[in-house]
Design a protein around this ligand. Structure first.
Ligand code: NAD
Length: 330
């Protein structure tokens, strides 16, 4: 970078946005973070942090002013329990946030724009089996996205293409597959499965059962936050416009996930299944062929290593809150 590039990270008070701000600041960018809330667990590394509601057009114009590149991460979202029960709120807020932000980026002559899409755009009928075939980017069509959250993401992917083709805005579209790690939401109803399981195991005593949603045989792949941030950076520096998966391609069941976390916690934990709770698709995995080709890289952090760090962070947070006793470490 000859002159300091100015970047905007929306959703900078959230999980991935907060980590991304730190990474970009460390790489020498001037970073403006925007969110409706400050990061919950650690101060931001952004050079400037604005509390703005990006549903509103004038706030998107303020956020994009003087900016070279936008990383669009703001979204009203959460885990499966949240997205299956708040569809109108999610599509209303995220559509407004994303349409206003991309148009404000165009009007402010932003050069490059990243949209954060999701594995939830993939058709449900390709994810009906626990031993699912990994999902390739072209599997998105004919479309049958996850109702609500997934359709909004798929629609915005297309909006990015239109803005690139018609207005010359240089867009990037990344489809995340279950990103997890420290400083992600772990309670309150918006948390995702790895964080929820780490919390339940941390709160449990040796020999207890924890509640598992569904029969626990549903499968997923999980990508650690440091790999996610590295992948975003590499994609942004590439010239690849089409949507691309960013995730791990090691698939495991929720039951296996519970066993790994129990092992990290050194507790014997049983499972109590609640089949009335939403479990999402039956199986999902990322095909990383294009990721490897385009970025000459793939996620490296093992699930065990990532979960170890995540578990200990959540355990520490629960101790700070007094929800579990502080344990003396050797
Ligand atoms: P997050 O909920 O931690 O972060 C999103 C942030 O957006 C929050 O801090 C929230 O306050 C902010 N936001 C919501 N409404 C806003 C508004 N009106 N104005 C300004 N800010 C607003 O979620 P995350 O996990 O960091 O996800 C970031 C992006 O990645 C989102 O677009 C999400 O859909 C996408 N994604 C994440 C995952 C994952 O596994 N974490 C998977 C697929 C896609």
């Amino acid at each position: 970078m000859s002159e300091q590039t100015k970047v905007l990270v929306t959703g900078a008070g959230g999980f991935i946005g907060h980590h991304l701000v730190k990474d970009l600041a460390d790489r020498g960018y001037w970073v403006r973070g925007v969110d409706i809330k400050e990061p919950e667990y650690e101060a931001t590394s952004a050079h400037e942090f604005k509390l703005l509601d990006l549903v509103r057009w004038e706030n998107c114009m303020e956020a994009c002013e003087g900016i070279d590149e936008v990383y669009g991460l703001a979204a009203n979202m959460g885990g499966i329990g949240f997205i299956e029960t708040h569809k109108a709120e999610i599509v209303r807020d995220s559509t407004l946030i994303n349409m206003h932000t991309i148009e404000a980026a165009r009007q402010n002559n932003v050069k490059r724009y990243l949209f954060t899409s999701s594995a939830c755009i993939y058709p449900g009928h390709l994810q009906k089996d626990t031993k699912v075939t990994p999902l390739k980017e072209e599997d998105a069509y004919p479309a049958e996205a996850e109702d609500g959250y997934g359709w909004e993401k798929l629609y915005m992917e297309r909006v990015c293409r239109h803005y690139r083709e018609d207005y010359g805005l240089d867009t990037r579209v990344v489809r995340f597959h279950n990103i997890f790690g420290p400083r992600g939401t772990y309670d309150g109803g918006r948390e995702k499965s790895p964080a929820a399981i780490c919390r339940k195991v941390a709160l449990a005593s040796d020999g207890d059962d924890i509640e598992v949603w569904g029969d626990g045989e549903q499968t997923r792949s999980y990508c650690y936050i440091d790999d996610c941030v590295e992948g975003i950076y590499r994609l942004m520096r590439s010239d690849h416009h089409d949507p691309i998966n960013l995730g791990q391609d090691r698939m495991i069941s929720i039951n296996e996930l519970v066993d790994i976390v129990s092992g990290i916690a050194d507790k014997r934990i049983g499972k109590r299944y609640d089949r009335t709770k939403p479990q999402g698709v039956r199986g999902r995995n990322s095909d990383n062929t294009r990721l490897r080709e385009v970025l000459k890289w793939e996620p490296k952090v093992s699930l065990e290593e990532g979960l170890e760090k995540t578990y200990h962070w959540i355990q520490g947070e629960l101790q700070k809150k007094g929800a579990i006793p502080a344990v003396a470490t050797a």
